[in-house]
Design a protein around this ligand. Structure first.
Ligand SMILES: [Zn+2]
Length: 106
């Protein structure tokens, strides 16, 4: 029931294989390693998808619309744990589809 491109990008993110700017710079490409969203911190996997102020604002909106009271995730591990937990707020498949779409958009 997942959108293929969203699920594929989620798989890339879960494998920690996203071509973040820090990663591109480490490969010798002449790019700034700062975040493409805020330009104030190194663009790592966790920063871009979870810790960036702009990403946090997106997660706050998404989570509040879904009915959750917590507003963001500290680590990728905590995000994956949240994705694995069944709860009474929304069905697990809907939670995963929304999370994959959000990661794709970010
Ligand atoms: Zn940022």
């Amino acid at each position: 029931m997942a959108t293929p491109r969203h699920a594929f990008l989620m798989w890339i993110a879960q494998s920690n294989r996203m071509p973040t700017r820090v990663r591109l710079a480490s490969w010798g490409l002449g790019v700034s390693s700062n975040c493409c969203l805020c330009d104030s911190a190194p663009e790592t996997h966790d920063h871009l998808l979870l810790r960036c102020d702009i990403s946090k604002q997106v997660w706050v909106l998404i989570l509040s619309r879904l009915g959750y009271t917590h507003s963001c995730f500290i680590t990728w591990t905590s995000f994956i744990e949240w994705l694995s937990l069944r709860d009474s707020t929304i069905p697990l498949i809907f939670k995963r589809i929304v999370a994959q779409g959000t990661i794709y958009i970010l």
